[in-house]
Write a protein that binds this ligand. Sequence first.
Ligand SMILES: *Cc1c(COP(=O)(O)O)cnc(C)c1O
Length: 228
Amino acid sequence: MESIQENYQRILATVPAPARLVAVSKTKPVELLAEAYQAGCRLFGENKALEMRDKHELLPHDIEWHFIGHLQTNKVKYIAPFVALIHSIDSLAVLQAVEKEAAKHNRVIDCLLQFHIATEETKFGLSMEEAEALLESEAYKAMSHVRLVGVMGMATNTDDSDLIRREFSTLRSYRDLLRSKYFGPEFKEISMGMSGDYGIALEEGATLVRVGSSIFGARQYSNIPVND
Ligand SMILES: *Cc1c(COP(=O)(O)O)cnc(C)c1O
């Protein structure tokens, strides 16, 4: 089996700049994150607020922490002091919570709008209609401590690469449409692609790919606390 450092280097070599590789380290102990750090990784993705806060405290502070999971409003406070990018804004309520906590720390936190692009019901995310309602709300227009810089989505978990490609292409069209209607060039990020489909995502214009198991190995969920 290859080491984490070898995995990281091998995958990094397939991610052409300006696209960036987010090493998804959820459920993995800090020792394994430190191995990726040794290989040059400075961009980690986590999906539980408390787990991310704890790892942030234990690892070097030149790491950019990306939050990629469903975020509960009452957990924003744990990550607001340091998070670099929240990929998973899926409601006005969570964006309002980020605004409030960011203000307390005198920060402007970069965020992505998460879209539901998969055929599966289970995944979180906005529809285009919901995203436009959020962007047109007075509550959003009054915010000054969050900055929306792009979109995020997860494709259907399938072997059908044509379907995956169509879903990624849809996400890119959402980014393009919102950028021209509501934003400017700063609305540039497209976070899409995981271990199984990041190659397709890059071909479809991903600027951030989120790769976990291909770097760190398969995850074991059995002893992870459920109420983080
Ligand atoms: C776990 C996770 C990933 C990484 O998945 P792998 O298949 O392990 O690469 C990417 N994005 C999100 C939102 C995740 O929760």
